[in-house]
Ligand binder design. Structure first.
Ligand SMILES: Cc1ncc(COP(=O)(O)O)c(C=O)c1O
Length: 388
């Protein structure tokens, strides 16, 4: 039996979207595909809330993170990396690999980046760019992107603000309209509700100006030729036809008010779930919990690695644990994708039952109250909002 996927990416996918992957392949250099691509690129701009082109990269989210650096920066540029978890660390590592001159502001995992620290650091050095996660998926924390962006731009409007929106685009208010954002990246296996394999990137006009002088090595991820090909309704290399066809289908379901409804649905799910967790007597890791996922602290007397494994092996639900220093200390549950009320109830039940296998008991009164409040707090179910 297939496991219920409750991870913060990849996410469960609707059968209708999956069926797009079973359709006959059309060649990418045909008028049929070109009109599909043109429509898809147009719709992506709406999701990113921009007039600038949004480019599709055939590669996972990390590919777009790499593209953001090599297309906008130069050798030895000073880059300020705001690291509040594993993905911030990854971006800082990438930047050093490309011989950028990195400074890290490290934030305790589970807390959001403090904009005041950014302000202080900017006054000390001449930075070319600041890098930050919109939502740090390793800790389930949302960062104050508007505040940070406004501090950067007040300090110097030429400094680029690069934002990893892999678990924030289409699931929070973060988009190209957020204050000061110059580059925004996203990934298909998150709020776009598709399999892993595509990433998206959008550059502001300032970032495209910087592209002209950027001298870091690039070929496959060179965004200039890709943008040119897109103007002819083509991708530069062979297109991922099935992925793009499924993306087109999903984006139709984001049109008009529907994207706002999706963001609202995820918000209701995550806040109801986070309340239920505290009503079970458990704690959240994050002081600023994200809408796209919830990170739960594993009680001290419980073996966290065993807990996650048992939720999978005994209750058939895949959730994620902690990474690096949080390994064994947290559970992470996703709120993006094709997830219904009953999936959350099953997950809360599995967490409760797996805890009890380790003699960590939550009273049945407490459990029943948490579940009935969850049902009320979450409100409408997935299929009451959406058709697929
Ligand atoms: C915030 C964030 N950044 C980067 C990544 C890396 O993306 P990928 O694994 O698609 O390369 C992820 C993946 O979970 C993420 O959540």
């Amino acid at each position: 039996m297939a496991k219920k996927l409750m991870a913060p990416g990849p996410v469960p996918i609707s059968p209708l979207v999956l069926s797009k992957f079973a359709e006959p392949i059309i060649h990418h250099r045909t008028p049929e595909f070109e009109s599909l691509l043109a429509d898809t690129l147009k719709q992506l701009k709406t999701v990113f809330n921009t007039d600038q082109p949004v480019l599709i990269i055939p590669g996972t989210g990390s590919a777009a993170m790499e593209a953001s650096l090599v297309n906008t920066l130069c050798d030895d540029d000073k880059v300020l990396c705001l690291v509040s978890g594993k993905f911030g660390q990854r971006w800082a590592d990438m930047a050093s690999n490309f011989k950028l001159n990195t400074t890290i502001i490290e934030t305790e995992w589970g807390k959001p980046v403090d904009p005041q620290l950014v302000k202080n650091e900017l006054s000390k050095n001449n930075y070319a760019a600041v890098l930050c996660q919109g939502i740090e998926t390793s800790t389930g924390t949302i960062n104050p992107i508007n505040e940070i962006g406004s501090i950067i731009k007040k300090h110097n409007s030429e400094i680029l603000f690069l934002v990893d929106g892999i678990t924030s685009v289409a699931v929070s208010d973060i988009n190209m309209g957020s204050t000061g954002v110059d580059v925004l990246v996203a990934g298909s296996q998150k709020a776009f509700m598709l399999p892993t394999g595509l990433s998206f990137i959008c550059l502001s006009s300032l970032a495209w100006e910087k592209y002209q002088t950027s001298n870091l090595p690039k070929y496959y991820f060179d965004l200039g030729p890709e943008k040119k090909s897109n103007l002819k309704n083509q991708t530069r290399f062979s297109s991922l036809v099935s992925h793009i066809s499924a993306l087109n289908f999903v984006l139709k379901e984001f049109e008009g008010e529907k994207l706002k409804q999706r963001i609202q649905y995820t918000k209701s799910c995550s806040s109801a779930f986070q309340i239920a967790i505290t009503e079970l007597g458990l704690s959240l890791l994050s002081t600023q919990p994200a809408p796209s996922l919830t990170a739960i602290k594993v009680p001290k007397e419980v073996d966290g690695l065993k807990l996650r494994k048992e939720i999978e092996s005994q209750f058939n639900i895949t959730i994620m644990g902690g990474q690096e220093q949080l390994k064994g200390n947290i559970l992470r549950i996703g709120h993006m994708g094709f997830i219904h009320k009953q999936d959350y109830i099953d997950t809360l039940t599995a967490i409760n039952d797996a805890l009890s296998l380790q003699d960590y008991k939550i009273s049945s009164d407490q459990f029943n109250t948490a579940i009935s409040n969850f049902k009320l707090n979450m409100g409408k179910d997935y299929n009451e909002y959406f058709n697929y």
